[in-house]
Design a protein around this ligand. Structure first.
Ligand code: HEC
Ligand code: HEC
Length: 244
């Protein structure tokens, strides 16, 4: 059995010397070495009949574009990734740090999901929603970001489409502020603080040595050039034309 430390070492090195050990790691995942299954044993068969759509209504308080923000737009995230993150929140291995106040919001939410079946249903519903376009708000140099992105390709794919075998989610339709926010959380150790959260620990290792400007650059590249849905155009202030 490969220990977490061996995995971490190989990743730190491989972040700079791609990509052979990444492939080794992906192989590990494929072999089933990494598994999050805590919530699986908690399906008590409560007979809950809520559909994914019904469950998601309460989530929209924080996961829609309407409210004073908020969590990320989830629409279109694959079912396997949504379910895996919900199980992590439930186990307290994501969102369990008091200083990470926004993620801590997700912890009480998990008690409203009655069973693993509900996790599965809401995840399937979210996966079926079309990705939403959004405004770009993070400034960065996308040319420099493109070079940095070569380090992300082995796991997240050439177009940011993700790779379930590597447990790496798609990142090509997430909002840019959320991408940056999460990269910083990986950096600070706010994701991947628990030894059981191997995926987040590995992800964190790669971004730890990066500067904030490098993070901004790579986010700009992902959100502008890899975006699955074209970003929204900012509305020009009407006053400008009036003044001329
Ligand atoms: C009170 C606000 C709030 C409610 C209600 C809420 N969430 Fe969240 N959610 C958040 C925040 C904030 C985050 C970002 C956490 C972070 O920064 O790590 C998040 C993150 C997530 C993520 C991780 C997304 C990713 O890309 O990794 C998933 C999945 C998720 N929520 C699903 C749900 C579901 C399903 C519900 C309803 C059952 C729900 N949330 C209800 C605030 C909320
Ligand atoms: C060794 C594989 C690997 C590499 C290389 C990698 N990632 Fe990841 N990334 C992952 C995994 C696995 C996750 C899911 C972590 C989890 O389950 O909490 C992830 C999650 C993320 C997330 C969070 C998405 C969300 O919905 O919350 C972002 C953003 C991200 N990666 C960006 C990047 C960027 C940018 C790079 C390159 C600088 C990169 N990753 C390199 C494996 C990788």
């Amino acid at each position: 059995m490969v220990s977490i430390f061996e995995l971490m070492n190989s990743w730190t090195v491989s972040f700079f010397v791609p990509p052979r050990s990444w492939i080794a790691w992906i192989g590990m995942v494929l072999l089933g070495g990494i598994r999050i299954s805590a919530a699986e044993s908690e399906n008590h068969g409560t007979g809950s009949l809520r559909s994914g759509k019904e469950i998601f209504q309460a989530c929209q308080l924080c996961h829609s574009t309407k409210e004073m923000q908020r969590g990320p737009i989830l629409d279109g995230l694959p079912e396997w990734y949504v379910a895996s993150q919900l199980r992590k929140f439930k186990m307290g291995i994501r969102g369990g740090l008091a200083e990470n106040r926004s993620a801590a919001l997700m912890v009480p939410v998990m008690s409203t999901l009655k069973s693993d079946d509900e996790i599965q249903r809401v995840a399937e519903y979210i996966a079926g929603l079309p990705a939403k376009p959004h405004l770009l708000v993070i400034r960065g140099d996308k040319k420099l970001g493109k070079m940095i992105y070569t380090r992300c390709i082995p796991c997240h794919g050439l177009g940011g489409e993700g790779n379930p075998a590597a447990k790496a989610p798609p990142i090509n339709f997430l909002e840019d502020w959320y991408l940056l926010d999460q990269l910083r959380k990986f950096q600070r150790g706010w994701r991947g603080y628990d030894d059981r959260d191997i995926e987040a620990k590995l992800m964190a290792l790669g971004v730890k040595p990066m500067t904030t400007q490098e993070l901004r650059n790579v986010v700009r590249y992902i959100a502008e050039d890899l975006a699955e849905v074209p970003p929204l155009k900012p509305v020009q202030p009407a006053t400008r034309t009036l003044a001329q």
